[in-house]
Design a protein around this ligand. Structure first.
Ligand code: PEP
Length: 255
């Protein structure tokens, strides 16, 4: 992993009340995370404010799990990038496969959301990945190419390196079936190559995470791959000790 600081993002999905968020952070922050890794917690909207207050003056950042592409308007139930920034949010997950699958999140919307997040000052974490039948029928390269080309189409070259990309094979999310380190490396190198085709500078800078059943016992091997810059963690991030153990992956690297 050249000069890129590893990033660990905890995607809590629709888990944890405000009280549970505060309890998690009390435990997690009692043992400060690896100072050479960036760590971001992504709780549900209602816990963003309390999490920001609890993480103030700590190295832990806070990100949202979604946002609307418009800054304001008649979009009942939605939240915009400037609203997140006003609250003190650092970043936002965009295009998670659950949002694509259950909420019809489209590549067209993502092509607007990613630059809107950047413009507002949020670090977007764009999720891409193939499902099981697409992998089985050798469509992985095509799926990743389509998603990366479409979702980043409106991001100017000089901002491409500011986007975080998470390669999340859908068949590995919440299933306990982790991609092998070789599979993760191959897909992430392919994505880096797509960025390289637009900007060599961005390709060297862009952080590309792996996500899908990352646990304390498989994190080190995955993140030690040359192109893997950290992890987006779902289930295992709900437990402060498990997530802290993943963040301290260097302690588990085989010597
Ligand atoms: C996710 O939802 O982004 C994810 C990677 O989940 P899990 O770690 O539970 O597979």
């Amino acid at each position: 992993m050249p000069d890129r600081t590893p990033l660990f993002a905890a995607n809590w999905k629709m888990h944890k009340t405000v009280e549970e968020t505060e309890s998690f952070l009390g435990d997690f922050l009692s043992n400060p995370p690896d100072p050479v890794a960036d760590v971001v917690i992504c709780p549900p909207y209602l816990s963003l404010g309390p999490a920001i207050a609890r993480c103030a003056d700590t190295p832990v950042g806070v990100a949202a799990q979604n946002m609307h592409e418009e800054p304001e308007g008649a979009f009942t139930g939605e939240v915009s990038a400037p609203m997140l920034v006003e609250l003190g949010v650092d970043g936002v997950i965009l295009g998670h496969s659950e949002r694509r699958q259950y909420f019809n999140e489209s590549d067209e919307a993502l092509a607007r959301k990613v630059p809107a997040a950047l413009l507002a000052g949020l670090e977007p974490i764009l999720c891409v990945g193939e499902n099981e039948s697409q992998r089985d029928s050798d469509e992985t390269v095509g799926v990743l190419t389509r998603q990366i080309e479409a979702d980043l189409s409106e991001v100017p070259e000089d901002r491409l390196g500011d986007v975080v990309i998470a390669y999340e094979p859908i068949w590995a999310i919440g299933t306990g079936r982790t991609a092998s380190p070789d599979q993760a490396q191959e897909a992430i190198a392919l994505i880096r190559g797509m960025i390289e085709a637009r900007s060599g500078e961005a390709a060297g800078r862009v952080r590309i995470l792996y996500g899908g059943s990352v646990k304390p016992d498989n994190a080190a091997e995955l993140i030690s791959q040359p192109d893997v810059d950290g992890a987006l963690v779902g289930g295992a991030s709900l437990d402060a000790e498990e997530f802290a153990s993943i963040v301290r992956f260097r302690e588990h690297v085989a010597r």
